[in-house]
Write a protein that binds this ligand. Sequence first.
Ligand code: CAA
Length: 373
Amino acid sequence: MSFKQIGVVGLGIMGAGIVEVFARAGYAVTGVAESGPAVTAGQSNLAKSLGRAVTKEKLTQDESDEITARVIFGEDFSLLANCDLVIEAAPEILSLKTQIFRQLDAVVKPAGILATNTSSLSVTDIAHATNRPAQVVGMHFFNPAPVQKFVEVISTAKSDPKVVAQIAELGTSLGKHLAQISDQPGFIVNKLLLRYLNHAVQILDSGQGTKEQIDAAMRELSNYPMGPCELLDLIGIDTCVEILKTIHADTGLEIDKPAVGMVELVAAGHKGRKSGAGFYDYSQSAQIPTDSNESVKKQIHNDLLIAYLGDCIAMEATGYAAKSDIDSGMRLGCGLPQGPFEVIDSMGIESVRAAQAELAQRSGVTDYQPLAF
Ligand code: CAA
């Protein structure tokens, strides 16, 4: 199939970003959201992002106008009827996504492919809400979608391999690096990333460090582009809680239970940047967290890094993903300077395993124990 007309349902941060990715690549895009204000917010997200690129002289005003002209916005699902592919980017609520897929199945032409940008929910469950499960896949982008160069393509047992191959080809045409994987909660990146983010908030909740120390630890000692609390604010703390609930339901592990600090912020309406405040307050200009307590930062950095590297080793050992896909996912999906297996290679696997055992013993959390090979 040659893709010409692309639909996007849901115009929040991710949906609007996905609209921009396709429009920039030359596709005609239809963006649909559930209400007038949601459509306006999506339009303004696209305008803001293109405006930033023009200010930075990455795009000319003419190019930005051409990109904008490729997109139409609206509230009516029937606008999507002729789309070759529709990507759903609605909130992480399974009942909402299955309802959207039933609607899409009814209006989109029979040859149309339907994809979900779900962060962790079962693509299989979503596919089964339609009468065309062979034409349903996951196409998972990373935030900000125009910046992060990685996409996970998720197939279910029912996905037609030809459809998966077409979606992979399309993803490559967008300039993205892809990993093709099966349907598991959190896929590659979110399974690893969300446990790391949750661990950071568990450290915060336990009083072992402040949010500034935690963020500065990862920025300064591993050169991450953002600390975990800043990143939770970027993704949306409410979204992260929902992803963790899905992962926790699957693993049953205490370390995957959403940390209290996150749940409380969401209950207070502090969902991160999109609501004006989360761990940090965004009514003022951006703050780069700093802290001079070197020993606290070193301990926090050690604990977060070692637990995360251990999870990467375990993921590869289960056969779910290859080292190269895990490395690409974390580097190109989250902007990390190195993939985890590059870090493990430079540290030596035995020293990572010894550090895992030390962390498990000191914290009393047996889930941090190294795998028995
Ligand atoms: N939309 C579009 N472009 C954006 C953007 C946005 N929201 N935010 C930043 N950019 C662009 C900027 O225009 C700039 O582009 P150029 O290099 O072409 O000039 C570039 O990104 C860098 O931006 P800045 O210089 O303003 O800021 P920065 O260097 O601090 O980078 C960042 C910002 C790209 C967000 C970087 O901090 C980063 O990569 N952070 C990690 C983000 C991450 O981990 N994302 C994955 C989260 S997990 C996920 O999304 C999956 C899920 O399901 C939850």
